[in-house]
Design a protein around this ligand. Structure first.
Ligand code: HEC
Length: 129
């Protein structure tokens, strides 16, 4: 019994990760623009520099606002929206994420994120890696 339940959970997680990878690829590749850039990396899996665990956290917190630009949130896959923010430095961005900033809620709804998760997710959203 326990084994079966465990296996099912693993499969659900795998499905989630697969759809996330697809979503991230779609977001990062831009809307229907032909990519003539031969150096662009066609990674089949989720971004390798962000752990699966961190991406799972991202998918149930940051994604709520940082995909559609909810409340003016800078969007993932739109580096230009992050430029002015990156200039503040990583420490400020991390502090604003943990303490909240204007309409950005404290911890970005990720209650179980560690500081290194936030760092990886901020880098992922701002730089795409
Ligand atoms: C409820 C919506 C919401 C969620 C969830 C959310 N954010 Fe945000 N975030 C915002 C908004 C809105 C802003 C823009 C705030 C402003 O400058 O007005 C923002 C801004 C930011 C900034 C830039 C702060 C600065 O100093 O310019 C970072 C970094 C950030 N979010 C990281 C995250 C991370 C990491 C997560 C997930 C762990 C997350 N956010 C989840 C709404 C959200």
């Amino acid at each position: 019994m326990r084994c079966a339940a465990h296996t099912r959970r693993r499969i659900e997680l795998r499905t989630l990760m697969a759809s996330l990878a697809l979503l991230a690829t779609a977001l990062l590749s831009g809307c229907g623009e032909p990519s003539g850039d031969s150096t662009s990396n066609a990674q089949p899996a989720a971004n390798p520099s962000v752990s699966e665990a961190a991406m799972a956290k991202w998918s149930r917190s940051c994604v709520l606002c940082h995909v559609n630009g909810e409340g003016g949130a800078p969007r993932v896959g739109h580096p230009e929206e992050w430029l002015g923010r990156i200039e503040q430095g990583e420490t400020v961005l991390l502090t604003h994420t943990i303490e909240g900033y204007k309409r950005m809620p404290p911890l970005g709804y990720c209650m179980d994120c560690e500081a290194e998760d936030f760092e990886a997710l901020i880098r992922f959203m701002a730089h795409g890696s």
